[in-house]
Design a protein around this ligand. Sequence first.
Ligand SMILES: *Cc1c(COP(=O)(O)O)cnc(C)c1O
Length: 374
Amino acid sequence: MLPFIDLGAQRRRLGHLVDDAILRVVNHGQYIMGPEVGQLEAELSAFCGARHVVSCANGTDAIAMVLMAKGVKPGDAILCPSFTFAATAEVVAWLGATPVFVDIHEDTFNMDPASLEAAIRTARELKLNPVGVIPVDLFGAAVDYDAILPICEREGLWVLCDTAQSFGGSYKGRRLGTFGLATTTSFFPAKPLGCYGDGGAIFTNDDEVAAILRSIRNHGQGVDKYDNVRIGLNGRLDTIQAAVLLEKLKIFDEEIVTRNDIAARYAEGLGDVAITPIVQEGIVSTWAQYTIRVSAERRDALGAALRERGIPTAIYYPKPVHRQTAYRHYPCAGNGLPASDKVSAEVIALPMHPYLDEEVQDGIIAAVREALAK
Ligand SMILES: *Cc1c(COP(=O)(O)O)cnc(C)c1O
């Protein structure tokens, strides 16, 4: 079976660099908040332009920490997509607030501004207090910030951008990380910028929010760890993971270029037999996933045919969050989420990583074409 994401190829390319970086940490012994953590935060700040970078334990904590910093509480509504990884809505529920689900555009998989407006009305009809929006840049491509941000501003809602899949990408020439109040990302190994375990980060230009986030990350510390001024958590990034990320960040831009070349090749090879993803003008995607759509009746057969040829596929996401047992009692925008329901039956993701060579990719394209020709 081909790898769906080939982390081994990246490791071979980096050679001894990552191993040396890990060993340096093992030897200097500052496993918690060692010098690599601060260095990574400085380099990520230079990379994306955000004034403050607060690294943390994972992408889920990153979202939760921002919600905690904003004092999100029961009665508050947070508007977020349903066609996403459950973590986005999960943390809203952690804090006793209510996720209100927003539909997507079926062609970009990202938040539909009209549905966002409907969801704000729905929240108010339910006597909830809408306070914030979490747009998710799904599969690597930014949401249409020029459409989403003015709605949030008009309605007095803060914006938390979940770039777990899109960090490194850009919107109209501006790198993600500086839109809205704050931006979060994940360094889970399979994300475009992944470490060798769990990791995450928060980006913000707001000095006060950054200071609160640093306190929350360390049990709500005040002047020190044994002075607790608020409820926090243990949300720190391991020094070893920071060391791994420092090495990977050096080649990240180049990998994003390669991912885009590979995406273009898929679009060219498959555009006439499947619905290939559309990335809006002015957006650079990181292609966390390369997700095509075929009719619901054919999707499973396509996956099975590819599997027979040793080609793995994945379905992100087979069931939108608002249909999940744990979340189905939460409200949805207006009269439902038809696009989220529709695409969840049609999507299928193909192998995508920067080390997918042309010959292998041509084989995948040929296999998809053959399976769909039947
Ligand atoms: C992966 C992911 C997260 C959670 O990140 P973890 O590091 O796994 O906690 C949150 N949101 C989205 C959209 C993700 O893809």
